[in-house]
Design a protein around this ligand. Structure first.
Ligand code: F6R
Length: 588
């Protein structure tokens, strides 16, 4: 998944495309490129960050341009695999995956086409070139008929004054400017550039000139699509003195929980009405959002006593799930654009289920299709690793589950949640992760262990540590340790045991002893007084304030996320943009 932007108008296309690419880097940052119509077609593309491209764009003067920032799917990050791809006088940028590219490529090669990259996207450039008879819009129409998979495409031609865009399953928006028009993979790319946008629908093709925008539907009939205000914030979000966005965003966790609770009040009745009569709940999401969904499952079962299941969205989609009108599917996603989560939600709707979008992005693919939206109000999250959005998701799911259990129970829960922002602030002020971070940074593997809700947080702790510090390990149920994983424990490994459930504390303490007796290093994260007493002075101990067991994941989550942050800092990692990743995963 990648970010794309196009501009045609009276302004400096190179400058506008460059600015847009900088705002889109969260969608991928392993290479970047741009193409312009300026005395013929000019294509510049480079492996690396958008900043690598910047000096080359400074010398270009053009009125038409398209740009791309890449997260590699097919073909390693390299200059050749960077977009745009060119064939003849046509250049194209692509976000998505062309699933039938191998057949198309073989056919094009047998017809004499010369490929310069290993990407799936280059076939689109060759098809456009092959289908071109003097009109790029018609060439695009012929080309998309041949494509299988997902795409947001933008193409320009050296002899035409227009950009032609097409979408199928990957988001694409048009922006209406004063002295020109825009096209981009999402709103942030157009922040500060235009006030009005149109979100294209699947199958749409748009022909964009400086003065005019024509949209055609999948039957190539002209259509009018809704014009909406551009809500993207134009101000760039600063670090406010923090060394990294990850730390800044972690410290914003109390605000995220507070604002999410306030936002929930506004949707509580709509949610309860929409889910009246629901007999089964499935929660889904990817990565960190899936970890929040695991916690949500326990809330729904424990509070509302509704049977609940949880599955990663990528698995859920392909399991022919059993869903009817009495099933609610909670799709959890920070971005609201994650392809697997969006497609899982679409599938649930098509089978007659209700979809609850739990998302930090209040205008996204997910919110557009959901039956009801439960907002996460974490605010913009820049660091690729999710932090405050995860805690916001947990807070939103806590309140949603409580609301399903009835008004009286909801009011009690909402009151309990009010104590959390203060406890989080206290936790940040009292946490000292430095020595544990050094221990983890020098370990061969780090295992995060816990039971029930603590296990869900253990999974998140492990993911976050891997993601930002590249230290390997696993999140594991502490009761399962002795059934296999114990074989991996030695003096080079560290186990971080989370114990925030009094009823299960003794069981997790057994795991601590089992690891110690095999020579492994152990640290304990707990908010239970008895556990603190037992291990103080004997083991590295992360001492959290006591709170309701169901709310403890909010505190233990920031502890494991902070540990990951500190370990990554010890190792000198590029914390806000870990290698091989992107913030928004819009491909399968
Ligand atoms: C990990 C992380 C990812 C995302 C996942 C889903 O720190 O950020 O695992 O949680 O890619 O993204 P969203 O929530 O946008 O659907």
């Amino acid at each position: 998944m990648c970010g794309i932007i196009g501009y045609i108008g009276g302004g400096n296309a190179a400058e506008i495309v460059l600015g847009g690419l900088k705002r889109l880097e969260y969608r991928g940052y392993d290479s970047a490129g741009a193409a312009f119509v300026a005395d013929g077609l000019r294509v510049v593309k480079k492996q690396g960050r958008v900043e690598t491209l910047e000096p080359y764009l400074k010398e270009i003067s053009a009125r038409i341009g398209i740009g791309h920032t890449r997260w590699a799917t097919h073909g390693v990050p390299s200059d050749a695999n960077a977009h745009p791809h060119r064939a003849g006088g046509i250049a194209v940028v692509h976000n998505g995956i062309i699933e039938n590219y191998a057949e198309l490529k073989a056919e094009l090669i047998s017809g004499g086409a010369k490929f310069l990259s290993d990407t799936d996207s280059e076939v689109v450039a060759h098809l456009l070139n092959k289908n071109y008879r003097g009109d790029l819009t018609e060439a695009m129409q012929k080309t998309v008929k041949l494509l299988k998979g997902s795409y947001a495409l933008m193409a320009i031609c050296e002899t035409e004054q227009k950009i032609v865009a097409a979408r199928c399953k990957s988001p694409l928006i048009i922006g209406y400017g004063d002295d020109g028009n825009y096209c981009a993979s999402d709103e942030p790319a157009l922040a500060g550039l235009c006030d009005t946008i149109t979100i294209l629908e699947d199958g749409d093709i748009a022909e964009i000139t400086q003065k005019n925008i024509k949209i055609f539907d999948k039957f190539f009939k002209p259509v009018a699509r809704l014009k909406e205000p551009n809500l993207a914030v134009s101000a760039s979000l600063g670090l406010d003195g923090y060394p990294h966005y990850m730390l800044k965003e972690l410290r914003e966790t109390p605000l995220s929980v507070e604002a999410t609770a306030r936002a929930f009040e506004k949707v509580k009745n709509t949610l309860s009405a929409a889910l009246a009569g629901v007999e089964r709940v499935i929660l889904t999401g990817c990565g960190t959002a899936y970890h929040a969904a695991l916690i949500g499952k326990r809330y729904i079962e424990c509070f509302a006593r509704i049977p609940a299941e949880c599955e990663t969205a990528g698995e859920f989609r392909y399991k022919n799930p059993i869903i009817d009108e009495k099933t609610a599917v909670f799709a959890v996603s920070q971005s609201g654009e994650t392809a697997d989560t969006v497609e899982a939600a679409r599938l649930a709707l098509s089978l007659g289920g209700k979809v609850v979008a739990v998302t930090n992005s209040h205008r996204s693919e997910l919110t557009r299709l959901a039956t009801v939206v439960v907002p996460v109000a974490a605010g913009p999250e820049i660091c690729v690793a999710a932090t405050k959005s995860y805690t916001g998701q947990i807070a939103a799911l806590y309140l949603a589950a409580a609301a399903l259990a009835g008004e009286k129970f909801y009011l009690e829960c909402a009151e309990k949640l009010k104590s959390i922002p203060k406890l989080l602030t206290y936790t940040f002020e009292s946490l000292d992760m430095r020595s544990l971070a050094h221990i983890c940074a020098s370990s061969s593997s780090v295992y995060f262990l816990g039971r029930d809700l603590d296990y869900a947080v253990a999974l998140e702790g492990s993911l976050k540590l891997k993601e930002v510090s590249y230290v390997s390990g696993e999140g594991y149920p502490s009761g399962e340790l002795k059934h296999g994983t114990l074989a991996l424990i030695d003096y080079n490994t560290t186990s971080v045991v989370i114990i925030c459930d009094e009823a299960l504390a003794g069981k997790s303490e057994n795991a601590v002893e089992q690891v110690l007796s095999r020579g492994g290093k152990v640290a304990v994260i707990t908010n239970i007084e008895g556990v603190k007493k037992r291990f103080t002075g004997k083991l590295p101990l992360v001492d959290l304030p006591p709170c309701d067991k169901f709310l403890s994941p909010l505190l233990s989550a920031v502890a494991v996320q902070m540990l990951a942050y500190k370990a990554a800092a010890v190792l000198g990692r590029e914390i806000d943009k870990p290698r091989n990743l992107a913030k928004s995963v819009t491909v399968e």
